[in-house]
Design a protein around this ligand. Structure first.
Ligand code: GDP
Ligand code: IMO
Ligand code: MG
Length: 456
């Protein structure tokens, strides 16, 4: 073959490429449906996943760790999931923890055992864990706490992390000192050496950190054997799932758009990509296989931890939403901060994720309000800004422009279809839909599985 490209070669190459493209497109395989948080977390993703998981063959987590807390209520029984995908509740589907997740093994088994006692039998037979997932060690969690204390001392404020070791574990991953599931299951001598090196590294940064290395290694060796039967090459597993017989595959996002390491209210964010890109990198699947992307948002807004929150209501409205909505963190037990729905952040989440439909949850919590406000724009010096500010000082200073709606003052918790909702509630929902420009597919009016109005 000549080095220079004749026009004939070029033509042949183009034809070959086109044929390849066509083959790839034809072979694209199954699509995954994705459920993502559109606010600062706790939007009700677990409930939406549970609803879809009743028909799913495979439910995957692609990012985050046990900082997530997803509540599912079935037949009056409440489950909270942290590392396990909420689909684990469906005995007919497989759950997968992808490479993008960081796994604290004591946390994983504690969660599994707790759910086992609640009646969720056989979860460990239905769970697949990627060999490329990074591990969170107990000392990562201690360091998470030490870093928070340091932030408080140096800057007068911390992030308000869940202290689950998420930041330190993802830092290790990025700085290439992290240890993965495949390392734990490989040569344990090598693993032990790298573990000890990592401990030394952290102890040189944090002299107060004490780690009983031998005890930790003994426990990790035991966890390794419990984990081994669940571990697969995650990329190959997903490839087979995508290209085998038709399958319903669901991805459960953890945390949310405004907590995303790149797009969230940095630095008051978590340490992973909680937006749609995290699905591809956290599972090893092509963008072509992403199908529906469902954005989940509450009918108002909440936030746990520190950071700007333009529509926050530090008044009776905020207190009412907090108490009626039982807005307490599933993972940390902290009270969630509450405020009006913010359509600026919702639109921003849609710009990044390209939602194909929306689940609007907790409408019932607003049933008693006389008047409801919705943030529709941010203003700086009286002028509307078209984008969502990157800089937190700017975000703290924005003035929110609100639209005001009359409250419907009717109990919606028994509504099961659109026509059961009062006209004023319908009006509120339609306004949100039109403003975002994405259809609302579900409206939540209660905790349980059946309390979800399906619109189409
Ligand atoms: P996730 O982290 O996004 O899965 O959400 P969480 O489970 O942390 O928080 C959502 C809370 O709201 C849970 O206690 C759910 O049971 C509850 N919830 C979800 N949807 C609704 C709804 O439509 N109405 C009411 N009243 N509660 C809901
Ligand atoms: P789910 O999946 C709400 C918040 C923490 C803190 C910040 C960083 O249940 O929606 P981290 O421990 O991740 O380093 O904490 O992110 N945060 C969440 N807030 N819901 C979550 O998950 C969260 N995951 C992290 O409160 O402000
Ligand atoms: Mg939660």
């Amino acid at each position: 073959m000549s080095l220079s490209w004749s026009s004939k070669d070029h033509k042949n190459t183009n034809q070959a490429a086109a044929a390849g493209q066509k083959r790839l497109r034809n072979d694209a395989g199954n699509k995954v449906s994705v459920v993502l948080g559109a606010q600062w977390g706790d939007e009700g993703k677990g409930k939406v996943v549970d609803l879809l998981a009743t028909e799913a063959d495979l439910v995957c987590r692609c990012q985050g760790g046990n900082n997530a807390g997803h509540t599912v209520v079935v037949d009056g029984k409440e489950y909270d999931f942290h590392l396990l995908p909420s689909g684990i509740i469906n005995s007919k589907s497989i759950s997968l923890i992808g490479n993008g997740v960081v796994i604290h093994l004591p946390g994983l088994f504690e969660e599994g055992d707790k759910n086992d006692k609640k009646g969720l039998k056989g979860w460990d037979k239905r769970l697949i864990v990627s060999d490329r997932a990074h591990l969170v060690f107990d000392f990562h969690q201690v360091v998470d706490g030490l870093q928070e204390t340091e932030r408080q001392a140096q800057e007068g404020k911390n992030i308000g992390t869940t202290k689950k070791g998420i930041g330190p574990a993802y830092s290790c991953k990025a700085s290439r000192t992290g240890l993965r599931v495949c390392d734990l299951l490989g040569d344990f001598k090598d693993f032990s050496t790298r573990f000890k090196n990592l401990v030394h590294q952290y102890q040189s940064m944090y002299p107060a950190l004490t780690v009983d290395v031998e005890d930790q290694l003994k426990k990790l060796k035991e966890y390794a054997e419990r984990l081994r039967p669940m571990v697969r090459d995650g990329v190959y597993y997903m490839y087979e799932a995508l290209h085998g017989p038709p399958k319903k595959i669901l991805v459960e996002g953890a945390n949310a758009a405004l907590l995303d390491i790149d797009f969230g209210t940095y630095p008051f964010v978590t340490s992973s990509n909680c937006t749609v890109g995290g699905v591809c990198t956290g599972l090893g699947i092509p963008p072509l296989n992403i199908g529906d992307v469902f954005g989940v948002a509450k009918a108002y807004t909440t936030r746990v931890g520190i950071g700007a929150f333009p529509t926050e209501q530090l008044n009776a409205v905020g207190e009412l939403l907090q108490t009626r909505g039982h807005e307490v963190g599933v993972t940390t037990g902290r009270k969630r901060r509450c405020g009006w729905l913010d359509l600026v952040i919702f639109r921003y989440a849609h710009m990044i994720n390209g939602f194909t439909a929306i689940a609007l949850t907790k409408l019932d919590i607003m049933d008693v309000l006389d008047e409801i406000k919705v943030g529709v724009a941010y203003k700086i010096n009286g002028k509307r800004i078209p984008h969502f500010p990157a800089n937190m000082d700017v975000l703290h200073k924005v003035d929110v422009e609100y639209e005001t709606f009359p409250g419907w003052k009717t109990d919606t918790s028994a509504a099961r279809k659109w026509n059961d909702l009062p006209a004023k509630a319908q009006n509120y929902i339609r306004f949100i839909e039109n403003h975002i420009g994405v259809p609302i597919k579900w409206v939540g009016v209660g905790k349980s599985r059946e309390c979800m109005i399906q619109m189409f």
